[in-house]
Design a protein around this ligand. Structure first.
Ligand SMILES: [Ca+2]
Ligand SMILES: [Ca+2]
Length: 398
């Protein structure tokens, strides 16, 4: 099924650039609306895209800071649990966005001829809650996708957990099962855990188990490189420096506040080191080498390394669901920024050295994940958020 999003344009403030973009969106809306062919299938799942202005929310999304362009790239009728940015269409410049939905759909969203376009690339059998994009199969151009979730129904269904690998073939995307587990798989990350120069996959979930999967050099199939046990259900995973000097070190965040470091050890076991725990679920993790950035249920965005917890970069009154480190604001200079999003709907950028936080966009429902990536051929990387509203929100510094 190929679905082109309907673009609903509104006058986005009075700034000349915003007006120009709004006019572009109007033109696109007219051309998409008049084509009347198969592209109209599924428009209910793809409506509501547009650009929000400071005083002009689009589809429930506000853009409170005029230095940042806020776009609704896709609007789904079901919760979007996770998002990632990758090179998912090697034929087009810049990255594309993958999102996974509560109904098992996997959506690809890309900018095509100046307008956002989305298509469903897979229908998984159960809810998917998270995803990553990375070049796991070097023989295929571009990135592949790993999703985690359940084999049937929703995340609360009690169904077994599953991780799927999606890869691009000559006839479109194909889906294969990477791993089945006894309960929901909730966290996924990639990195070269065995240091053979090829990316591996780390998944963890409600069985309180973390599993490292790598390709078997003899037949290119996937095999388990190691497993380790956790004190509670896993919510999040990150691999530090996935292909660099610190590759081979994964950190798993758990529901009870535990934060556990793993490395591959002899005999298929994972060597475990407990880091300083938090007081609530360690919901999302980002790499901030030599440690991690942790977004918690308690609303804190904190740096953690080993026994050291802090500094705290940001605090929200509600659960946080994003932990990304990136240079999204070129005005800040070389120092990086810690970015988060959460149940209050806010997407927040904090200067790691300045400690200054700003809300750059706000959805009218809970946000569930935050990604970062290069979506525009030029300019800084964009933040991408998704959540219960079903919207994919793209935020880019002007
Ligand atoms: Ca590839
Ligand atoms: Ca490897």
């Amino acid at each position: 099924m190929k679905v082109r999003t309907r673009v609903t344009a509104r006058t986005a403030g009075t700034r000349p650039l915003a007006l120009l973009l709004a006019l572009l969106l109007v033109v696109t809306a007219c051309s998409t609306g008049s084509d009347g062919g198969p592209a109209d299938d599924g428009l209910a799942a793809g409506s509501g895209a547009g650009q929000a202005g400071a005083d002009d929310p689009v589809g429930g999304v506000e853009a409170p800071d005029e230095d940042w362009v806020v776009e609704v790239a896709f609007s789904n009728d079901t919760k979007l649990g996770g998002c990632a940015v990758g090179e998912l269409d090697p034929g087009s410049p810049g990255g594309e966005i993958v999102t996974v939905a509560g109904d098992g759909q996997v959506w690809l969203t890309a900018r095509v001829d100046g307008a956002w376009s989305s298509s469903s690339i897979a229908q998984l059998p159960g809810e998917a809650i998270g995803c990553v994009a990375a070049d796991l199969l070097p023989e295929i151009p571009g990135d592949e996708i790993v999703t985690v979730g359940v084999t049937a129904g929703g995340e609360e269904s009690g169904s077994p957990g599953v991780a799927h690998l999606l890869s691009r073939g000559a006839d479109g995307w194909t889906t294969e099962v990477l791993l089945e587990d006894d309960a929901l798989l909730h966290g996924v990350a990639v990195g070269d855990m065995d240091k053979d120069g090829v990316l591996d996959v780390v998944v963890a979930g409600y069985t309180r188990r973390v599993t490292v999967l790598g390709r078997d050099p003899s037949d290119s199939g996937w095999r388990t490189l190691g497993t380790g046990m956790l004190p509670d259900a896993a919510k999040s995973v990150v691999v530090l420096d996935p292909l660099g000097d610190r590759a081979g070190l994964a950190v798993v965040g758990c529901r009870d506040g535990s934060l556990i470091e793993f490395r591959l050890a002899e005999g298929g076991e994972l060597a475990r080191v407990d880091w300083a725990p938090g007081s609530s679920s360690q919901a999302r993790l980002g790499a901030l080498s030599p440690g991690v950035l942790v977004a918690s249920d308690g609303g804190t965005l904190t740096f953690v390394k080993g026994d050291t917890r802090g500094p705290e970069f940001y605090a929200s009154g509600d659960k946080l669901r994003g932990a990304m480190v990136a240079d999204v604001d070129p005005g800040v200079g070389a120092s990086r920024q810690a970015c988060t999003a959460g149940y209050d709907g806010a997407i927040v950028v904090t200067g790691i050295t300045s400690g200054e936080s700003r809300v750059v966009a706000r959805d009218d429902d809970r946000l569930h994940h935050l990604a970062v990536g290069q979506l525009h051929p030029e300019g800084p990387p964009s933040l991408v958020a998704c959540g219960y509203s079903g919207r994919v929100i793209v935020v880019t510094h002007r």
